[in-house]
Design a protein around this ligand. Sequence first.
Ligand SMILES: [Zn+2]
Length: 178
Amino acid sequence: MGPLGHFAVGLAAKPAAPKVPVGVLLLATVALDILAIAFSLAGIEGPAGTPLPWSHGLFMSLIWSVVAAFLTANLYQSRRAGVVAGLLVFSHWVLDFFTHPIPFSTFSWRSWQWVYGHPLPSDLPLFFRGSATVGLGLYNSISAVKATALEIAMFIVGAVVYATSIFMERKHRRSQST
Ligand SMILES: [Zn+2]
């Protein structure tokens, strides 16, 4: 899934973690992609499209989620903040599980149709190199436009939840100060 869909989850999680700045919540949702970029620069993982066990393997995703949970719990002195951050990091894997593998579909002007990219093999390993790979492949079967529309819709829902929580908190604070 692309960043908009992941960010949607981070925005929607704000009411559950009022102590944590929204930027940190957003960062948690794309932490696995940031790791993927870092690992590919370091030559630890292959290019995009090949299995990414260190950043997107189920096992390592769980490890990164636990690491994020401890770091955040410590940073904000809040167990709740840690749990939310850990769940957000892992939400990335869950959304990727539904949407991966991601082929690049293109629009054919000649046939006036979406041409799907070559169906890719699933690219989310359960463990490390050579282990079974999974992925339900939603983005293998819908066009790039539909995928983008889906992510924008998710983002709007997340933004509404976030805005509502900020509004309610301000109202609450005002009612306390008077
Ligand atoms: Zn990803």
